[in-house]
Write a protein that binds this ligand. Sequence first.
Ligand SMILES: CC(=O)N[C@H]1[C@@H](OP(=O)(O)OP(=O)(O)OC[C@H]2O[C@@H](n3ccc(=O)[nH]c3=O)[C@H](O)[C@@H]2O)O[C@H](CO)[C@@H](O)[C@@H]1O
Length: 371
Amino acid sequence: MKKFVLMAGGTGGHLFPAMALAQELARRGHAIELMTDHRVESYGADFPAQAIHVVPAATPSIRNPVKFVSAGFKIVGGIWVAFGMLGKIKPDAVIGFGGYPTFPPFVAASLRGIPGILHEQNAVLGRANKALGRFADILAMSFPDTKFADALNLEKVVTGNPVRDRVRAVAGTPYPPLDGQGPIRLVVFGGSQGARAISEIVPAAVALVPEALRHRLHIVQQCRAEDLDQVAEVYRQAKVNVELATFFDDLPERMARCHLVIGRSGASTIAELCVLGRPAIMVPLPGSIDADQKNNALFLEAAGGGWIAEQATLSPQSLGTRLTDLITNPATLPKAAAAARSLGQLRAVEKLADLAEMLAGKGTTEMEHTP
Ligand SMILES: CC(=O)N[C@H]1[C@@H](OP(=O)(O)OP(=O)(O)OC[C@H]2O[C@@H](n3ccc(=O)[nH]c3=O)[C@H](O)[C@@H]2O)O[C@H](CO)[C@@H](O)[C@@H]1O
């Protein structure tokens, strides 16, 4: 039995791949602890860790000098706290999943000489992983051509982005029949936190779908608490069958039953679409550093598994027309579903767990390590 500390930023996009690895390592009989931030309360309920540690962390803003200095103190404090914790836990290896809360504990692990893997979920190397490159032994990547990865001088392995057991359990679900009469199931969500733009545009677009088709729609839509009433009202007026919630714990099962997903293109969203084989209209988060979501979405679109709809040019009219075209053209969606499935990396979690075991097995003395 080995002991691992996983480190992940607090949104679903970082925590869920860490959860997938924790589930696999636990199956293999290893002990796991997690270091993260306070948002673990929202997304970490099923995390199979023996202990969850909230470590001080901050993201420095260059625009505000006061905030920059206070973030610096917080990061140094986080390194100090994590250094103490790691001294007691004594893990054989650490695995970081990106997000600013991974920076202090990963640096602390390196200072203690503990070997470490960084996992990048996106098609573009994130800022925390970029900064942590010199403290790691291996970079595990989800995409073969991860942008900016070449700048890091360390061993690189393409593992794919691990998905949770809950997703793997329904991965074999066949694409549901799409005939001219039955229900058409849509799942709509804006990443782990919801997205206002999706809440504004999707219901208005659905309301423009011709009535005969609209009445066949069964929509499951996640939306932010502050958007719920407005979204419910638009669907009520359009007489659409809809289920709304701020977060669906059973989203993977619902995705497996659906014909089409509309949403953002965060890394786990893309990994799940591929493993489940479901097509998507993807609205990448605009304005994100290095356009990670756009690059994730391009990967699926290039394979024919989905369509990018840029938020800047998206309107209820354009989305309504696209939706109507897709559901009146019965061959298109199953074809895109098959293309998405061909990209699915069901074995990502085993590959990453093998890598973690390999690194833990080598022990700190055998590893060439840069503190
Ligand atoms: C705004 C932001 O910071 N976005 C980043 C964040 O995305 P974000 O945290 O939104 O994460 P992803 O899109 O990667 O994953 C969303 C996850 O939430 C789950 N889910 C969502 C809604 C719901 O009701 N139930 C549910 O279970 C999905 O199944 C999926 O597993 O991390 C990703 C991975 O680094 C990045 O690609 C994104 O750019």
